[in-house]
Design a protein. Structure first.
Ligand code: DSN
Length: 427
């Protein structure tokens, strides 16, 4: 009897379209949107077919609490193989002594490190959210803000660059046990050695969250904190172009505690399909092709910043050293909220974002955060960045004129056809 002869097999083999037309429709529409619009969300990317197919593989069915060779479930031989490959490849990619590939997300990777390095009530020093930091770096609405005493640093008002002097002064004043460095909307390079030196001065540890630039770090195009700090966390789906998920890298001396704090401290069963897909992602990122890709991401961001500045837009910090371009639309009398909506009408997907010292609240903002990881995956290069900058300029300059946005939407659609992505999935 084949699987299709059994009752279970018959039910199991029905397509998504048959079983759930509503979800099938939503997936189809999301695919079409990703194929026909320009994704400039700095935290998004297009994972490869190999990564996506691993995400939807039968590894999803498997429980595997524990770690390779030490599981609380039987039948783990193949997921052990996948997780071991993921660990070894992550270590090789980042030059790390130890890797934990189980965190479901970046926030849970951070949770694993906090639980390892400090106790509830201890002080952490992290970057302020409006200056580019992340919720899990101590925001009052996040677990990190509930469990720990949070002190924040930011950027210098004039240069909009990380203010290491302020960080050092606050470290001296508040004696944090952990300094958290890394950001979601900070476009510039980070001096991890300097942060570690500040921490050394007060006997603190450092956690570097490289969720955003991880792909650039892997390619050697952004400083690698593994050389300097005790704990490094990341996501795997942004510039690293893998499946959705998190990652902790640390010195060997912290390995046992980190593993214990990720599981069972912060999580239960690991998502083995995503861990297997992380292994695929790391394998891809170790290739020469990925290094060329990452170089294009960076070149595209620099060109996008230049082309927008040339058209009169103020770029926060005056430029970028990463995939992120933060545009101050407030100086032109606009809000990020309006800009985001207008650009979406024109087929350009970006997000509103606070800028340093933003007078507007987070749901309005004075900024637009743009990222070049996804468009570089499509194969777009500098000429397309100049074109995109021109479209963004026209949309913002016109105040979101409906006719103009519709005309640009049609042009975006045409350009996307020349740089196809996932189109076959629409058939
Ligand atoms: N909020 C995500 C981002 O877009 O940067 C990171 O968690």
């Amino acid at each position: 009897m084949s699987i299709n002869d059994s009752l279970a097999g018959e039910a199991m083999a029905r397509s998504l379209a048959e079983v759930d037309p509503e979800i099938h429709g939503a997936v189809h529409q999301e695919t079409e949107k990703q194929a026909t619009k320009l994704v400039l969300i700095a935290s998004e990317n297009y994972a490869s077919e190999a990564v996506l197919s691993t995400c939807s593989s039968v590894m999803s069915n498997k429980y595997a609490e524990g770690y390779p060779g030490r599981r609380y479930y039987g039948g783990c031989e193949f997921v052990d193989e996948a997780e071991t490959l993921a660990i070894e490849r992550a270590k090789e990619l980042f030059g790390a002594e130890h890797a934990n590939v189980q965190p479901h997300s970046g926030t849970q990777a951070n949770m694993g490190v906090y639980f390892s390095a400090i106790e509830p009530g201890d002080t952490i020093l992290g970057m302020e959210l409006p200056h580019g930091g992340h919720l899990s770096h101590g925001h009052k609405l996040n677990f990190s803000g509930h469990l720990y005493n949070v002190v924040s640093y930011g950027v210098n008002r004039d240069t909009e660059l990380l203010d290491y002097d302020e960080m050092a002064t606050k470290a001296e004043q508040h004696q944090p046990k952990l300094i958290v460095v890394g950001a979601s909307a900070y476009p510039r390079t980070i001096d991890f050695a300097r942060v570690q030196a500040i921490a050394d001065g007060i006997g603190a540890k450092v956690m570097a969250d490289i969720a955003h630039p991880a792909g650039l770090v892997a390619a050697g195009l952004f400083p690698n904190p593994c050389e300097h700090v005790d704990y490094v966390t990341s996501t795997t789906h942004k510039t690293l172009r893998g499946p959705r998920g998190g990652l902790v890298l640390c010195k060997e001396e912290h390995a046992k505690v980190v593993d214990r704090k990720v599981f069972p401290g912060a999580q239960g069963g690991p998502f083995m399909h995503l861990i297997a897909a992380k292994a695929v992602c790391f394998q891809e990122a170790l290739s020469a092709g990925f290094r060329s890709y990452a170089a294009q991401v960076l070149a595209n961001a620099k060109e996008l910043a230049r082309a927008l500045a040339e058209r009169g837009h103020r770029i926060v910090s005056g430029g970028t050293d990463s995939h992120i371009v933060l545009v101050d639309v407030g100086t032109a009398g606009l809000t990020g909220k309006d800009g985001e909506a207008w650009l979406n009408d024109a087929g350009i997907v970006a997000n509103k974002n606070t800028i340093p010292f933003d007078p507007n609240p987070p749901l309005i903002t004075s900024g637009l955060r743009l990222g070049t990881a996804a468009v570089a995956t499509r194969g777009m290069k500098e000429p397309q960045m100049d074109q995109i900058a021109n479209w963004i300029h026209m949309v913002l300059d016109s105040g979101g004129d409906k006719q103009l946005c519709a005309a640009i939407r049609a042009e975006v659609d045409e350009v996307c056809k020349s740089f196809p992505i996932y189109d076959w999935r629409l058939n």
